[in-house]
Design a binder for this molecule. Structure first.
Ligand SMILES: [Zn+2]
Ligand SMILES: [Zn+2]
Length: 221
């Protein structure tokens, strides 16, 4: 069976996130997604809570984290260890893989969003590379897709939404035997994935920035 998952979503737990977990989950359901990965900055999502939400709601919630390394961002799915921010990317990658997590290189060519760059993206030997990030530029995604093709690294997609309105703008179709977190992780490792491209409308980007300003002023948007 095929499931549609947005594999890169932020919540209020990220310093620059402006929507609650509940808002993000509601948005994912409304968008018709089968699941999402919560990937807050340096804040691993608890596996137990992900399993509980996956049981009690109609969505599969994949626990993840977007780790800030010295060389840029990495995403770990199915991994809930706390990694010290600004650690070495290769050391973090080894840790994620040895702990059984799925290592994804997000937006590798977007230097402004802390992409790790082509050389490191290859050296990390990730399970997948993000070939469509709905919050970056098309040209960066095109280069990521080329990297995925030339190196045979599975390509996935996610919105990188920091506001619920951005959820599901890009997503990944995952081929699984049954809908479970473990099956989704297995499918990514095996490359049974297809990225579906899409972009945040400018209105959502502006709304996100405005909400961040409110948050910085101590107001909950
Ligand atoms: Zn990032
Ligand atoms: Zn992100």
């Amino acid at each position: 069976m095929q499931l549609k998952l947005d594999l890169h979503v932020h919540t209020w737990a990220s310093r620059d996130g402006v929507s609650s977990l509940e808002e993000v989950l509601r948005a994912a359901s409304r968008k018709g997604l089968d699941g999402i990965a919560i990937t807050d900055h340096d804040q691993p999502f608890p596996m137990q809570l992900a399993e509980k939400l996956s049981r009690e709601t109609e969505l599969l919630v994949v626990p993840g984290v977007e780790i800030t390394t010295r060389q840029g961002h990495l995403i770990a799915l199915g991994f809930e260890e706390l990694v010290k921010p600004m650690c070495d990317a290769l050391a973090a990658g080894d840790l994620i893989k040895s702990a059984g997590g799925v290592l994804v290189v997000p937006h590798p060519f977007d230097k402004y969003s802390h992409g790790v760059g082509e050389e490191l993206a290859v050296e990390l030997e990730p399970h997948a590379v993000e070939v469509c990030n709905a919050s970056t530029w098309r040209r960066y995604n095109r280069r990521a897709a080329e990297l995925s093709r030339s190196r045979g690294i599975p390509g996935i997609a996610g919105s990188d939404a920091h506001h619920w309105r951005g959820v599901g703008r890009a997503y990944t179709v995952v081929e699984v035997e049954e809908p479970s977190i473990e099956e989704v992780l297995k499918a990514i490792r095996r490359g049974r994935v297809r990225a579906v491209e899409g972009y945040l409308p400018i209105s959502v980007s502006i709304l996100t920035l405005a909400c961040r300003v409110l948050r910085a002023w101590g107001r909950r948007p």
